[in-house]
Ligand binder design. Structure first.
Ligand code: 6GU
Length: 326
């Protein structure tokens, strides 16, 4: 049961790198299936325009809602709706159509970026040729959540259906907790906007249709578009999929994982002395209890020095007596 990932961008070629390395291997193993779509394929004008000047004035351009909606309706298998004055969808809401879990639709696209306007054709599961493996199963049939190697105790571990994600520098920060939660989704859809942004009604509309819509920033700095941010989120999420990493234990122990988000202790390998520099004696002692204590003390001290904000967030009831001394 693989995770289906759709990315919409005006630079879909940017995601060609996903066919390389670890991610390419995960695709060929069937753990994930990624399609990058060109937003301009859903335009109808000769200039294939996707943005317009901001209402109210100001610099830059804002991405138009109509083009995004044609694209997202297509990929999600939704019918266009008029919203009423209360910001609610008029009768026959899409929300009741089983859309959020994506179980009743499957999308056939060419994996080639910037392909023909036939990209994004929606067919029902009944019409599909059966090569889309998991799409026929209801989300509840997937047992993957229980076997994810690093179930974050703070994050919900239940399976999610389809999640629509918009990178946005003015949104809440994307964290390991979000990555863990989203690794349980059946389908992820990313909409890459340009940095000046997209019309605010786009996420609002899909939320009103019953879609699980998220907006995230990846840090306090400015990028030109959402592509890099999507790559970052995608890597953080997909490496948590069971079978993606060769050694699942290496996931469990690293920074930001588990109920505590501490920076990791420093690492050393052989030789024990290099250019006159030794490694801490305790690491050579063979006393695992002492090694664990040393590493934990270092993790706490380094986090306190470098990321005091993470220490603030610590659940003090989880700290041991020995921790409190450090
Ligand atoms: Cl998600 N998008 C852009 N354009 N810039 C960012 C970002 C996202 N997160 C931090 N900077």
């Amino acid at each position: 049961v693989g995770m289906q990932i759709d990315i919409v961008s005006v630079f879909p070629e940017y995601f060609d790198v996903l066919n390389l390395s670890l991610f390419g291997k995960a695709q060929s193993k069937g753990l994930v299936s990624v399609h990058a779509h060109n937003l301009r394929d859903w335009t109808h004008d000769v200039h294939h325009s996707v943005d317009d000047t901001p209402v109210g004035g100001g610099a830059g351009m804002v991405m138009k809602p109509e083009v995004w909606a044609e694209c997202l309706d297509d990929l999600l298998g939704l019918e266009p709706r008029e919203m009423n004055a209360d910001g609610e969808s008029d009768s026959n809401s899409n929300a009741s159509a089983g859309v959020p879990d994506g179980a009743d639709t499957t999308v056939t696209t060419s994996a080639a970026a910037g392909g023909s306007p036939s990209n994004g054709t929606v067919v029902t599961a009944a019409e599909s040729d059966g090569t889309g493996d998991a799409e026929h199963l209801p989300a509840s049939d997937s047992a993957s959540a229980d076997t994810v190697p690093n179930s974050d105790s703070q994050a919900p571990t239940h399976n999610l259906g389809t999640v629509l994600i918009f990178p946005n520098p003015s949104a809440p920060l994307f964290t390991q907790r979000d990555a863990t939660e989203l690794s349980h989704a059946k389908r992820l859809m990313f909409g890459c906007g340009r940095y000046e942004g997209y019309d605010a009604r786009i996420p609002e509309y899909y939320r009103a249709q019953g879609v699980d819509v998220r907006e995230y920033s990846i840090g306090d700095y400015v990028l030109n578009g959402g592509e890099v941010a999507v790559s970052v989120m995608l890597e953080a999420i997909t490496r948590l999929l069971p079978g993606f990493m060769g050694n699942p234990e290496s996931i469990v122990e690293e920074s930001y994982t588990g109920s505590e988000a501490l920076l990791e202790h420093r690492q050393y390998t052989r030789p024990a002395v290099w250019r006159g520099m030794g490694v801490p004696d305790v690491l050579l002692s063979g006393d695992h209890g002492k090694v664990d204590r040393f590493r934990r003390d270092e993790a706490l001290a380094r986090t306190d020095a470098i990321r005091p904000d993470l220490i603030e967030q610590l659940d003090c009831t989880q700290l041991s007596k020995a921790d409190r001394k450090t």
